[in-house]
Design a protein around this ligand. Structure first.
Ligand SMILES: O=C(O)c1cc(=O)[nH]c(=O)n1[C@@H]1O[C@H](COP(=O)(O)O)[C@@H](O)[C@H]1O
Length: 264
């Protein structure tokens, strides 16, 4: 089963497009340590696994604790039920020979189903991730941060924004063989999301920015959903982890997403 088949199966089985982010910010930990990061994630996974279409651990927060943090990431990943897809958020990208090692790390050493990756070095830097048909690659396209305007929104001589060129290149060339890519399209710029969806009606979006970053969930779903009511995975980290009751918050987000899907 390919990554996107696993993701679609999970989304349909539990009727959820919610991706629970596992971001152990040290300010949120009871103990500022690798063990504290593990316990943070252990609690979140336990509380939200019934409504999580996927989990998205961000490697940065574990790497901050050095080798103990890396070990805590491995222990965290082992807690995730096998039927729940994992998005390793590491935004990797290098020359091809180096990306090979990043791909081995993510897909073999950590045995993750998918990874976020940067297109900045072009197609040969992404091939080591894309060549494994069973894995998914979320290519950064129009990120949720204000700085995405600095480069991603630059207008090309063709008149189209760079992010749209990346989106088309990704599916027209880079991922053509296995079609095992998705696009990271932040929920904070729905105009961009609308343009990308119009150009690529079938691809999956990973759309962070809801909650702490102030993205508009209703607008994002309105323009981002595919005709089949799927196609957009909504990762939320702090919006759930900082809630008084993360379990209840995750259930509320899932229900809100589904109500908006139904109303569309
Ligand atoms: O690749 C990502 O997941 C990502 C892409 C992007 O454009 N914006 C973005 O916020 N993210 C990540 O998504 C998570 C968002 O966290 P919250 O704002 O707390 O929900 C963080 O782990 C970010 O690194």
């Amino acid at each position: 089963m390919s990554f996107f088949e696993k993701l679609t199966k999970r989304a349909k089985e539990i009727d959820s497009l919610l991706c629970v982010g596992l971001d152990p910010h040290k300010s949120e930990l009871q103990e500022d340590s690798a063990e504290g990061a593990f316990r943070f994630c252990q609690h979140l996974i336990e509380e939200t696994k019934d409504v999580a279409c996927a989990f998205k651990p961000n490697a940065a927060f574990f790497e901050a604790y050095g080798s103990a943090g890396w070990e805590a990431l491995q222990r965290t990943l082992q807690l995730i039920p096998k039927e729940i897809p994992i998005v390793l958020d590491a935004k990797r990208g290098d020359i091809g020979s180096t990306s090979e090692a990043y791909a081995t790390s993510a897909f073999s050493t950590l045995a993750c189903d998918s990874i976020t990756a940067s297109p900045y070095l072009g197609g040969d830097g992404l091939q080591p991730f894309l060549k494994d048909a069973s894995r998914g690659v979320w290519v950064l396209c129009k990120t949720s941060n204000p700085g995405s305007q600095d480069i991603q929104a630059l207008e090309l001589p063709t008149g189209e924004p760079l992010y749209l060129h990346v989106a088309k290149l990704c599916f027209g060339t880079w991922a053509k063989e296995h079609q095992n890519a998705g696009l990271v399209v932040g929920a904070t710029d729905v105009d961009a999301m609308e343009k990308i969806r119009a150009a690529l009606p079938d691809v999956w979006f990973l759309s962070p920015g809801i909650g702490a970053q102030g993205g508009d969930l209703a607008k994002a779903l309105k323009v981002g959903l595919r005709e089949d009511g799927l196609g957009i995975l909504l990762p939320i980290s702090r919006g759930i982890s900082k809630a008084e009751n993360p379990k209840k918050m995750a259930e509320t987000f899932r229900a809100e997403i589904n109500a908006l899907r139904a109303a569309r």
